[in-house]
Design a binder for this molecule. Structure first.
Ligand code: ATP
Ligand code: MG
Length: 663
């Protein structure tokens, strides 16, 4: 028989803070549960309260695994849990699939043939490697016959893995126009895999697939983890891809493990990265005992915003039927549609309206401008700057993707993993007169010596003797000798024999080595120094280099790390705005061809068009109080002197649901 322990006395009154549907999900003892509900209905809140409640019921925090779409989301949820329960939630495993995979692989990657201290290649590193390999395997074809760029090779490779198909299948289904290059692509992919292994490095996709492999092939590790986790909870389940769904089923495969996933099929917007909305549709098939909870109240938005969002998504055919009732009273204004004469004027409207709202006392942090593609934000950025309105951008280049930060991180990576080819090449290519070919020769020399040393010291994971000695025999062209010796001497400084330097000390030293290169390369040298200052500040509480480097690599994927300034307006792509909310939301560039994107219109693929509409739905449902939808009738940037009709997403909205603002 099953005997349920009550929460400890003095706990929270969950029934009072949740509606009955949420409460039922929070307190369920179903082994498998799916919470499926529309935007703003408190799915994330339900998960947060469930974690708090589990702790109150005596579940040890280290037996809970919380998977979220960004590491930031996990942090925020766990902070919330800590306030709810009044105790630390520190030992809960929370984060993205990638970060959890990294954590497990750090312990067990040797079982898969990796060496300790593997590096993580981010998108930029991957592209660098693909570029080098393209040169090697498709050298002549490249110029003559439109050989795919590194970006394309990377997307194709990644899409195949994340949809669980072979790259050949993906090539013929999604990249048919590249089929004539199949042979060369195959060689490049094979070499790519070998080079990664030789570099003791994993890319983001490897983190997922290697975890799957580890769990499938190593019964002891699988059993260990399955016994460890009593509760696996997943937010934004609609955006899981094939390896992620497999990880969930493996991690939650224990006898006593309960699994709760929450999601909204209408918000699935990552199919281009292999996410498959079918996982949510099929949850009850995969887990026949699953209990389904539906929340039908929306707490986020005023009724007028909810109505327009419901009307928009109603045009999609394939979805769980959901009715959302508003919990809030109506606000002061209907959603506004604003046709602007052109993109500059649209931006001027946004800036002026934000200025008014802020003057009326609404803090910048409650306002967001959302768009489909990063470059759509250009005019708004300029106008906000002109009007002295502070903003932060969560799309575009992120902190750790910037060249100068990556240069510094490369030194640290090479120090912890002497086989890291990408890091090595990055460092030596900052030396004057070193091109791809020279870098390749230096790498061969370096690698030979590194391997020789490591073979003599099989227990060491890094080179523990001064590099100036270990690398003394590397052949170096005469002109490069002074700089090569300086490089080795610098590495020696980073690795003093008597003590281990902290990450902060290391970064400061490397910044010193790099300063000449930076002054010569970057016009805004001073600003870049400030970034490095920021880097050392965020490192201050980080004790060891390995965990710092994994964090850097994982952060650069979907997270934003710059701290939120309370007065700053947010500029974000809609993809990055998932799960978030603001009092006031502007959605810009809603012209046909801009959103939905003209490529989707041209392809005529109904699935792609439905995904565009879901993206639009995600944008609308971010708004709590006020919603502004604007478009430029004439767009000077992307359509030379072209007229731009309003998006079909706007023209299909019932007129009574919005107000037209004429500028
Ligand atoms: P999305 O689909 O966008 O991820 P969601 O379903 O995860 O949305 P939440 O972000 O959890 O929704 O909640 C939306 C807002 O509604 C939050 O501000 C949350 O605090 C509030 N909310 C949710 N449930 C309740 C409730 N029972 N009482 C009061 N406020 C609530
Ligand atoms: Mg949510």
């Amino acid at each position: 028989m099953k005997y349920t322990l009550r929460p400890a006395p003095g706990g929270r009154d969950y029934a009072a803070e949740l509606n009955p549907e949420q409460y039922a999900a929070v307190t369920t003892d179903a082994r498998h549960a799916l919470v499926i509900a529309g935007a703003g209905s408190g799915k994330t809140r339900t998960l947060t309260y469930r974690v708090a409640r589990l702790l109150e019921c005596g579940v040890a925090p280290w037996r809970i695994l919380l998977l979220t779409f960004t590491n930031k989301a996990a942090r925020e949820m766990l902070e919330r849990v800590a306030t709810l329960t009044g105790t630390g939630a520190g030992q809960i495993w929370g984060g993205t699939f990638h970060s959890v995979a990294n954590r497990i692989l750090r312990m067990h990657a040797q079982r898969l043939g990796y060496l300790p201290g593997f590096s993580i290649l981010d998108g930029d590193d991957q592209r660098a490697l693909f570029r080098a390999l393209t040169k090697q395997f498709a050298g002549k074809t490249v110029k003559s016959d439109r050989f795919p760029k590194a970006e394309v090779l990377q997307s194709l490779h990644s899409l195949a893995i994340n949809t669980g198909k072979s790259w050949q299948q993906t090539l013929s289904s999604d990249y048919a126009h590249l089929q004539k290059h199949e042979e060369a692509i195959g060689k490049i992919y094979e070499a790519y895999r070998t080079r990664k292994m030789e570099s003791n490095a994993m890319d983001f996709d490897d983190l997922l697939t290697n975890l799957v492999k580890l769990l499938k092939e190593h019964a002891d590790i699988r059993a260990d983890l399955q016994q460890r986790f009593l509760h696996v909870l997943v937010d934004e389940y609609q955006d899981t891809n094939a390896p992620q769904a497999e990880i969930i089923s493996l991690m939650a495969g224990g006898h006593d493990t309960a699994l709760m996933v929450v999601g909204d099929d209408a918000q699935s917007i990552y199919s281009w990265r292999g996410a498959n909305v079918d996982h949510i549709f099929e949850f009850t098939n995969t887990y026949p005992d699953a209990v389904v909870y539906k929340i039908e109240v929306n707490y986020r938005s005023v009724p007028a915003i909810l109505e327009i969002s419901n009307a928009a998504i109603a045009n999609n055919t394939r979805q769980f039927a959901k009715t959302l009732r508003p919990a809030r009273d109506n606000g002061a204004m209907k959603p506004a549609i604003i046709p602007a004469p052109d993109n500059r004027t649209e931006a001027r409207f946004i800036a002026q309206r934000i200025d008014e709202l802020m003057a009326a006392g609404i803090p910048g942090k409650d306002i967001a401008v959302l768009y489909r593609a990063h470059f759509h934000s250009m005019d708004v950025q300029m106008e906000l700057t002109r009007n002295h309105i502070p903003y932060r951008i969560t799309s575009g280049l992120r902190f750790f993707e910037q060249a100068h930060i990556k240069d510094i991180v490369a030194w640290l990576r090479l120090l912890t993993n002497p086989r890291d080819e990408v890091a090595f090449r990055r460092i030596v290519s900052t030396f004057p007169r070193v091109g791809e070919a020279t870098a390749g020769k230096l790498w061969q020399g370096w690698l030979t010596e590194a391997e020789a040393w490591m073979n003599l010291h099989p227990t060491a994971s890094v080179i523990e003797e001064p590099h100036s000695q270990v690398m003394a025999k590397v052949t170096v062209p005469a002109t490069l000798r002074p700089i090569w010796s300086a490089f080795l001497a610098n590495l020696d400084t980073l690795h003093p024999e008597d003590k281990e330097l902290t990450p902060t000390e290391l970064v400061n030293l490397v910044a010193g080595f790099m300063s000449d290169h930076m002054k010569a390369t970057y016009e805004n040298y001073e600003e870049r120094l400030e970034d490095i200052g920021q880097l050392t500040r965020s490192l201050a509480d980080m004790a060891d280099l390995d965990s710092f480097l994994s964090q850097v690599a994982l952060l650069s994927e979907v997270d934003t790390q710059t701290e939120v300034d309370p007065d700053c307006v947010t500029l974000s792509t809609i993809h990055q705005a998932k799960g978030l909310e603001w009092k006031i939301v502007f959605v810009i560039f809603l012209g046909e061809g801009l959103f939905p994107h003209y490529r989707v219109i041209q392809s005529g693929d109904p699935d792609d068009l439905e995904e565009e509409l879901r993206l639009f739905y995600v944008a609308l449902t971010r708004a709590e109080d006020q919603l502004y939808l604007s478009y430029p009738r004439y767009n000077g940037h992307s359509y030379d002197s072209q007229f731009c009709p309003p998006s079909r997403f706007l023209t299909t909205l019932p007129e009574e649901l919005y107000e037209l603002w004429n500028l």
